[in-house]
Design a protein around this ligand. Structure first.
Ligand code: GLA
Ligand code: ZN
Length: 671
């Protein structure tokens, strides 16, 4: 745990208040009052740190870091590449991104630099190493925060400039060696798109190539590669005078970069979490989404992560922006801790007076100082975090269940023309994960490159692409006793989007072959029975052929496919491989995974069924210590029965047989 305590604080932008020293002094006082122990400084401060090229003004920052240090407040120090100053873009327009249509951006906004541009890299290297020299050994500086939300939040966050095109071609040359290899991998004889010179290769563009799916995949891989290279440039710069760990703040289900590839360049994973609480009265889908994202971040390194940003009240960028209702700030923050975070940080400490984010929630509002509901909620949480720091320190979640979640699969699946154009990988992942969440079963989210060892159950819905070596890994997992669940439209293509021919790569393990997949309209419903109940077969339905030894649990009930298998089980080695051939609904998934978890002997920490809206997550220490977080996402009290004996980790209370949770309450228990 960084600094020995759960970090509590957030983005602090004093550069916006340098002409108000009384505000800065009040900030420190209020931070103490709010139990803040850590702030992130300098995130968008390039213009204040380097007002003109080569002239650094760091005194103001040093004063603030030292003042915070006097009060025992730690600092996460950012590099300023998240937003570019006007002198930079004016003098060096090549630092600004070029969009897919070839248009160069104008100055402004943020997160829009060209990560290939040598000038951009040189300028950022210079200021980063200067920051490193001045602040890299300060006692209360604990972590480097590289840039901000790399890739920005745009539909296409990549730069298409000539420098990037050239770097892309070089990356392709390195990968394929010859154009023959590339042409074969791309199936480029289709529509006569055979490449005869490397210079013919260009990034996907709305007015150019969008149909060569392997090219699009490689472009996305290249963007991650190139961005990682930029990250390494920044890391090298901050390391010139400092050996502090580095992180960069990742985003919510961000499709633009493969975080699975970027994890190795970072010491600590951190991310920004803005769930849409109170979108409706049912908070469960939102809680499930947030939990899945926390798990993804934790699983990247199988280590505690940092929640780098969250809002203490509302955001300002949605169509409507509900403020967190009483209890939700505590619960959503505890949810992060429960799933493996060692911090609760906010965007941001104090609301700015002007520009785009002046209405975004902050700990300190425009008015009323500490006398606000938000401030009190933050203070209360800070106290709780301080009290549980010792218990949480050295623990992390170690689930027995895992799901495959892989960026390359996401890209390839949703870029495919057919069988439906509206396939959503994330929605499917979340439906399957919700079944685990409702059962109180924590799951890791694994990249296809990760090991499956140590898990009892692995679910791989819509696992369309198989990376090299993946099928073999699954084979060994099932052979060794694992329960593997996969679905329709899985195992279809290799890593350059070429369809497998002959057999499904896991035909022997799954005990089946796929024949065709139907994507019918709502006018042609079908159903299947599982256990005692009938469930709808959704909008994707595969026709599969089960082998002799495969047990068919469900068949299509109607139409020309009546009697053909839907849910199958195939024993292989000491384990079993399950296949779900039709898109299922939530009710089926609950019942199906309930059975699989029972077979695998995987139980939630309370060992009992949970009421809707309640879930459980467990953090464990290497010394066998366990902390169980029980969370109620309903805005009303609930009782969990059949729980056995528990001690409240934060009070003297004990529980015997049942637990009462108030509206939006989180309990922390130990045996
Ligand atoms: C992102 C950014 C912050 C801020 C918040 C607002 O997470 O990193 O700078 O803009 O969004 O929600
Ligand atoms: Zn570029």
């Amino acid at each position: 745990m960084l600094g020995g305590q759960i970090l509590h604080g957030g983005d602090y932008n004093p550069d916006q208040w340098l002409d108000c020293p009384e505000v800065l002094e009040e900030d420190v006082r209020l931070m103490k009052e709010a139990n803040v122990n850590c702030v992130s400084l300098g995130i968008f401060a390039w213009a204040a740190l380097e007002p003109e090229e080569g002239r650094y003004e760091f005194d103001w920052l040093e004063k603030i870091i030292d003042r915070l240090g006097e009060e025992g407040i730690q600092v996460v120090l950012a590099t300023p590449s998240g937003a570019m100053p006007h002198w930079l873009t004016q003098k060096y327009p090549e630092t600004m991104q070029v969009q897919a249509d070839g248009k160069r951006n104008l100055p402004g906004k943020r997160h829009n630099f060209c990560y290939t541009s040598p000038v951009m890299r040189e300028k950022i290297y210079q200021i980063d190493s200067a920051l490193s020299e001045r602040f890299g050994r300060k006692e209360n500086v604990i972590l480097w925060h590289l840039s901000n939300e790399l890739g920005g939040n745009f539909a296409d966050s990549s730069c298409h400039c000539e420098l990037c095109q050239e770097a892309f071609r070089n990356w392709l040359k390195e990968k394929y060696g010859t154009l023959d290899n590339l042409n074969r991998a791309y199936w480029s004889t289709f529509w006569s798109h055979t490449y005869t010179d490397w210079s013919q290769l260009h990034s996907p563009a709305p007015h150019g190539e969008t149909t060569m799916t392997a090219l699009t995949l490689d472009w996305k891989r290249f963007v991650t590669y190139q961005m990682s290279d930029f990250v390494r440039t920044e890391t090298a710069a901050v390391r010139t005078h400092s050996d502090l760990p580095v992180t960069t703040n990742f985003m919510y289900f961000f499709k633009g970069l493969d975080y699975g590839k970027m994890r190795d360049d970072l010491d600590i994973i951190s991310w920004d979490n803005y769930p849409f609480w109170h979108k409706t009265k049912d908070e469960v889908p939102v809680a499930v989404r947030a939990a899945a994202n926390h798990n993804i971040m934790r699983s990247l390194k199988k280590q505690p992560f940092l929640l780098m940003e969250s809002t203490p009240s509302a955001v300002s960028w949605r169509e409507f922006n509900p403020i967190k209702r009483p209890g939700m700030h505590m619960l959503s923050s505890m949810q992060a801790i429960a799933h493996g975070s060692d911090s609760v940080q906010y965007f941001q400490w104090r609301k700015g007076r002007g520009a785009y984010e002046k209405f975004h929630g902050a700990v300190v509002d425009h008015k009323n100082g500490s006398n606000t509901r938000t401030f009190r909620q933050v203070t209360e949480l800070g106290e709780r975090l301080r009290n549980i720091s010792g218990l949480v320190d050295g623990t992390v979640n170690r689930p027995k269940a895992a799901m495959i979640f892989d960026w390359e699969n996401w890209w390839a699946l949703e870029d495919a023309s057919g069988p439906r154009l509206d396939i959503s990988y994330i929605d499917c992942i979340l439906d399957h994960y919700q079944a685990f969440w409702e059962a109180g079963i924590d799951t890791d989210f694994l990249n296809m490159d990760d090991s499956l060892e140590g898990y009892a159950v692995v679910a791989a819905p819509l696992n369309y692409m198989y990376k090299p070596g993946y099928a073999e890994k699954v084979r060994r997992f099932v052979e060794g006793g694992g329960i593997y669940v996969t679905t329709y439209f899985s195992g279809i293509v290799d890593d350059t989007d070429l369809c497998f021919t002959g057999h499904h790569p896991l035909a022997d393990v799954l005990g089946l072959e796929q024949e065709e997949i139907d994507a019918p309209s709502g006018d042609f419903p079908n159903a299947f029975r599982y256990g005692e109940k009938e469930y709808p077969a959704g909008s994707l339905r595969e026709l599969i052929h089960a082998s002799e030894e495969t047990k068919v649990h469900s068949v299509y009930e109607e139409d020309y496919v009546k009697g053909e298998p839907v849910v199958t089980e195939h024993r292989y080695g000491k384990g079993a491989a399950w296949y779900i051939a039709a898109e299922p609904d939530m009710e089926f998934l609950r019942s199906f995974y309930g059975d699989r978890l029972k077979e695998a002997g995987v139980q939630n920490a309370l060992g009992t069924d949970l009421p809707y809206g309640v879930t459980v997550a467990e953090r464990m220490g290497s010394d066998g210590r366990s902390l169980v977080f029980v969370m109620n996402f309903r805005n009303e009290a609930v009782t969990v029965r059949g729980t056995g004996k528990w001690a409240d980790a934060e009070s003297e209370k004990t529980y015997d047989g049942s637990l009462m949770l108030g509206a939006f309450e989180c309990l922390v228990l130990r045996k």
